[in-house]
Design a protein around this ligand. Structure first.
Ligand SMILES: *Cc1c(COP(=O)(O)O)cnc(C)c1O
Length: 299
């Protein structure tokens, strides 16, 4: 399993004298997608070592994390439990249908209850209710996930100046920054509003991982398109054109917004001449089936 580098070509890049490569983490595994695979790797080892036979995680109805944990459980021999935010809707959407087919037991929790997902008392209660599962937080981010994400950059064999990555919880970006240990410039593209809060969270994740504080990174907060899972026609048009031009599949929640941002920054002359940029394709393409269904769109 590896993530090949794909170079993208566009007269715009020549005009601004930059090169852009995509690290195809989406190709790491057919169903445990991209960064979720990186985040799960050491967690699965830990779960096995602690002799858990069940994984429990949290997510919304279209969550990449839910689908990835369901697939990982099936492949590596764990039972899986998904705590799903909101009410059950039948028939199951493509994400939950996939997860159930992979053997995941789905439990629906009210939005109010779901907000307790990090509350120690609630986690203790779940632990008793489901016979001591290995609990993985929403989005998959914990210290072992950060460790796994350092490996996104430690195997890059070409010379480059910038790494770009989409952010949800920021766990993936924290791993990338820690993996580079002060080298290169790292740009994070939050898929949600509230970049300032996220910056502190990422600093804390890195600090917990290796005790370091780095200054070679920043969040580019202008490309969230209204917030998490919000899309605008402009974004969908961009994604369709981009996919057709570069033969590279994107999704509108994370990677679409990041590439929109990167192209816009190139157009605005943000990157110095000669810059070599690597964009991380974090995967998440399973979500597109649900998107098509909800919006009648062909992304
Ligand atoms: C979960 C996810 C992210 C966000 O990762 P964080 O570590 O939470 O920042 C980015 N891209 C895709 C495709 C994802 O599924």
């Amino acid at each position: 399993m590896e993530a090949p580098l794909q170079q993208l070509h566009d007269p715009l890049f020549e005009q601004h004298d930059v090169t852009l490569w995509v690290k195809r983490e989406d190709l790491l595994h057919p169903t445990i997608s991209g960064n979720k695979w990186r985040k799960l790797k050491y967690n699965l080892q830990e779960a096995r070592q602690q002799q858990h036979d069940t994984l429990l995680t949290f997510g919304g109805a279209y969550s990449n994390q839910i689908a990835a944990v369901a697939a990982a459980g099936q492949e590596f021999g764990f039972k899986t439990i998904g705590m799903i935010r909101g009410e059950e809707h039948l028939p199951l959407n493509p994400t939950l249908g996939f997860s159930a087919a992979a053997g995941m037991e789905l439990h629906y929790v009210s939005r109010e209850m779901y907000r307790k997902k990090q509350d120690p008392e609630y986690l203790e209660q779940l632990s008793l209710q489901f016979d001591q599962p290995y609990i993985i937080p929403e989005g998959g981010t914990n210290a072992l996930a950060v460790k796994g994400c350092t490996e996104i950059v430690t195997d890059i064999a070409i010379e480059y100046d910038y790494v770009c990555c989409a952010c949800g919880t920021g766990g993936t970006l924290a791993g990338i920054i820690a993996g580079l240990d002060g080298e290169k410039q790292v740009l994070g593209f939050p898929a949600l509003k509230g970049g300032e809060f996220l910056k502190e969270e990422i600093e804390q994740l890195i600090l917990n991982y290796n005790g370091q504080k780095y200054s070679n990174w920043q969040l580019i907060t202008e490309y969230h398109f209204g917030g998490y899972a919000k899309v605008k026609p402009e974004l969908l048009e961009f994604i369709l054109a981009f996919q057709a031009k570069h033969n590279l599949p994107l999704e509108p929640i994370y990677t679409g917004k990041m590439f929109y941002g990167i192209i816009d920054l190139i157009r605005k002359g943000y990157f110095p001449k000669g810059s070599r940029i690597i964009a991380i394709h974090t995967g998440g393409l399973q979500g597109n089936a649900g998107f098509k269904e909800r919006l009648g769109l062909d992304v």
